[in-house]
Design a protein around this ligand. Sequence first.
Ligand SMILES: [Fe+2]
Length: 260
Amino acid sequence: MKILLIGDIIGKPGRHAVHQCLTKVRSEHSIDFIIANGENIANGTGIQPDTFKILLDMGVDVVTTGNHIWSKKEAREILGKDARLLRPHNYPSENPGTGLGIYDCKGTPIAVLNLMGRVFMYPIDCPFKTADKALEQIGTKAKIVMVDMHCEATSEKRAMGWYLNGRVSSVTGTHTHIMTADEEILPGGTAYLTDIGMSGSPNSVIGMKQQQVLYRFLTGAPARFEVSEELPYLFQGVVVSVDKETGKATQIERIRQFVN
Ligand SMILES: [Fe+2]
């Protein structure tokens, strides 16, 4: 079973990069299932019904998110109603939606768990204990379990990789928008990558216009950030091969393609 995970898709350039690359990547790598983080798809922050639909129409099976899930109020119209949109599972349960779903892929169940870190982020429920509970809930319903760890600190992502080593098929990170080069299969058969990186305009500061971000760093004053539309655009993702009988990962490969 080959599963493609796409990191944060930043606004229109991100959508364009995914659109341009997905068909080719899917056929070249014989992809069976696609998970994408869509929390920045609506003009850089948030997701609404129409941008969610764009991802589904492109062939994405499950959309994970993160701290920006609440940025567009329309996301609440989808959460809990369409199981293909997840929010971090460790947000308190009073919130709409869930961060755990089990999906059918050609007769094989695939569980997707969306978690969010707490270091340098809003202090929500513990992602580690939430993962334990989610795995209990999954039980024998799915052998393949893919975790999107949406998180600022490298250490917290890495810690989650070790915590879930041998218990899930993969732990891959999102949120920091920069692809890391530390992909590996941990000893228990869990594929790991600290961050998948964004799809968007790389001539930017993590997807946003350089000048606006620099103004904020240089002056300390607030500045409005807009999505950089400077070409070329970049598509980034990671392909994880999983043995469907055991749920163990056998291979992890990063993908990085520029698009004009
Ligand atoms: Fe984020």
